[in-house]
Design a protein around this ligand. Structure first.
Ligand SMILES: Nc1ncnc2c1ncn2[C@@H]1O[C@H](COP(=O)(O)OP(=O)(O)OP(=O)(O)O)[C@@H](O)[C@H]1O
Length: 597
């Protein structure tokens, strides 16, 4: 049983992958191919009695070997074996074949579309529900490449794979028909096929390994490209653009060198196919006539099937090689999807309506691998109060906030929202009540209205809420002065906005959402003091309306927080009002003194 399992795993792993996506559709597609092959074979067989009639005027079933039932069937139906009957039967089979071929081809297109969209949608879903903790440690280039270029290549892999299977089926059907007509012939085709397959196997192996290299290089290339776009300003300003471009160019050249290698193997395959076919053809004719002394009819029918088989054998080898060209992508996709599935976010069923009372952290611990980041934190944050988290760089402020907004699960201990353990809640319902603003504001490449409302319908109510959010975020005046106002398009990541404007638009988006908790992680630290004060004033107005959590280095910005929480090396050091904390903690007192507050 285990042996069978490992045999299936080894030889049919690709089939299993496609089958899990397509189920019965694969069988229908392959069944249609068998039908096409059989109808074509029956049609071809009609040429023999037709030729016999042209030769001596009398049709017989002899030349058909075991396919004689086709002619016998006609007599059984009471039809006279004349040229008209044979030609009508020929037209009949080929017409049926045409219809079956249409069904086969069109069904192939339908299944391909189904596969393409299922693959893409599956990947989008997997990325959507990918755990943040896994995301931060994964390679962005790989994710980007797998979800774009690699998906295309895997769609291609399916196309080639199904074509390979269909060619294999056609080949089998013709070999089977040939076997019925002339058993020696079938044996010869099998031998010819095996020999050519043996010759091509080496090339297949190399193509497969180069294909894996292409996928690996493409991940690297995408990673570099993402960085080149993200850090464009820095690279440009520091004249590092060209140096970085060299890395990209190197990566491009490496991919192309591998593509050339694949092309080289493909050319050998392409060029050697025809001579090899001719050699086999000549060999078969010689063996048939010289060794087996076969009758002319049998040889002709054998050759007809033979040519058909070889066409499919050649096609099979071509599409198999094309499949191998992209097989690295298929393997990468399998691994990638498995990893994404393993790191899938878990959602409990219980939904949260809002955060009305408190967020409580109990014996909270968190580790990144072996590294202990947060050590036994116990805290109760009351709803509608403002809390500021302070502490040295690397003390764990952002990590703590990430845990509070349920970006990552705790390693031990728990977080209670209004007394309910976060682990028992559908975190999406909780997160929909959270506004999260970081140092890097998120601006989508769209209009201001869509950026703030997250593509809400421009109904009167939404437009009113939109302007209200802009007012609260102190950005309404700026938008009113623009020629297109809320319909103004923002460039890539808001490139045509100032840092402060970007930040205030991000705040407006969070306020439009109707949130209960606003988290600001170093949200204003990149801004000038004047803009920072403006944003601080807008946040000040929100005090008492929602729970506000602020992470800040600049201590002047958190003076008005209800409570300041001090962290050091992942440990809770103390908590109190700004003034009282100065008295409690020597460290905090020193930090305040250092910042001349
Ligand atoms: N993805 C990660 N993998 C491993 N360690 C990480 C990761 N992210 C953060 N850390 C580590 O966790 C610790 C706490 O980081 P965190 O960002 O929470 O600190 P912080 O107090 O917010 O620092 P800062 O004020 O400098 O932003 C740091 O030692 C950091 O190196």
């Amino acid at each position: 049983m285990d042996l069978l399992k490992s045999f299936i795993k080894k030889h049919f792993c690709h089939f299993t992958y496609f089958y899990t996506h397509l189920r019965h559709r694969i069988w229908i597609a392959l069944g249609l191919s068998i039908l096409v092959g059989l109808l074509d074979g029956f049609g071809l067989a009609m040429f023999i009695p037709m030729l016999e009639m042209v030769g001596d005027g009398g049709a017989s079933a002899e030349g058909l070997g075991n396919l004689a039932f086709l002619i016998n069937g006609l007599t059984y139906l009471g039809l006279e074996l004349n040229l008209i009957t044979i030609l009508t039967t020929l037209v009949f089979f080929f017409t049926l074949k045409g219809i079956a071929k249409f069904a086969e081809s069109y069904y192939k297109v339908i299944v391909q579309q189904y596969f393409n969209s299922k693959l893409r949608i599956d990947n989008v879903d997997k990325l959507t529900h990918y755990q943040y903790k896994s995301f931060v440690t994964s390679d962005a280039g790989r994710i980007q490449n797998t979800l774009s270029g690699e998906t295309e290549r895997v769609a291609g892999a399916y196309r080639y794979y199904i074509q390979t299977l269909q060619s294999a089926i056609m080949l089998t059907v013709y070999v089977f028909l040939a076997f019925l007509a002339n058993p020696q012939f079938a044996l010869l085709v099998a031998i010819g096929g095996l020999i050519s397959n043996f010759l091509f196997k080496q090339l297949y192996r190399r193509t497969n390994s180069v294909s894996k290299n292409i996928t690996r290089d493409a991940h690297g290339y995408q990673g570099l490209l993402i960085q080149k776009v993200s850090f464009f300003k820095y690279l440009k300003a520091t004249s590092m653009n060209e140096k970085f471009a060299e890395k990209l160019k190197k990566s491009i050249l490496s991919i192309e060198a591998n593509n050339r290698k694949i092309g080289f193997y493909g050319s050998i395959l392409e060029a050697s196919r025809e001579p090899l076919t001719i050699i086999v053809v000549v060999g078969v004719i010689l063996v048939e006539t010289q060794v087996f002394n076969s009758g002319l009819g049998l040889i002709i029918l054998s050759l007809l099937f033979f040519f058909r088989s070889l066409t499919y054998l050649m096609h099979l080898q071509t599409v198999w090689n094309s499949f191998l060209n992209v097989s690295g992508s298929l393997e990468n996709m399998k691994v990638f999807q498995k990893e994404m599935a393993l790191s899938k976010e878990y959602y409990a069923s219980k939904k949260l309506k809002g955060v009305y009372e408190s967020i409580e952290l109990k014996n909270l611990k968190f580790e990144y691998g072996e590294k202990e980041i947060l050590k036994n934190i116990n805290l109760k944050l009351e709803a509608k109060k403002t809390y500021a988290f302070v502490g040295g760089s690397g003390s764990g402020k952002t990590t703590l906030v990430n845990l509070i907004v349920a970006l990552m699960p705790t390693n031990s201990g728990c977080i209670l929202i209004d007394g309910q353990d976060l682990k028992c809640l559908d975190i999406r319902s909780y997160q929909s009540k959270i506004g999260y603003i970081t140092q890097e504001p998120v601006i989508f490449n769209d209009t201001i209205f869509n950026n703030v409302t997250f593509w809400a319908l421009p109904s009167n109510e939404n437009i009113e809420r939109f302007w209200d959010a802009l007012e609260k975020a102190a950005i309404a005046d700026f938008v009113k002065e623009l020629s297109l106002q809320e319909k103004e398009l923002l460039g890539n990541n808001g490139i045509n906005l100032s840092g402060g404007q970007r930040q205030r638009l991000s705040i407006a988006r969070e306020l439009f959402k109707n949130i209960d908790v606003l988290v600001m992680d170093e949200a204003t630290s990149a801004l000038d003091v004047e803009t920072e004060i403006k944003i601080q004033e807008s946040v000040e107005k929100l005090k008492g309306k929602m729970t506000i959590l602020i992470v800040a280095h600049r201590l002047s910005t958190i003076k008005n927080a209800d409570q300041v929480i001090l962290l050091e090396n992942g440990e809770f050091e103390g908590m109190g009002t700004f003034k009282s904390l100065i008295n409690i903690s020597e460290k905090f007192k020193n930090s305040v003194a250092l910042q001349n507050i």
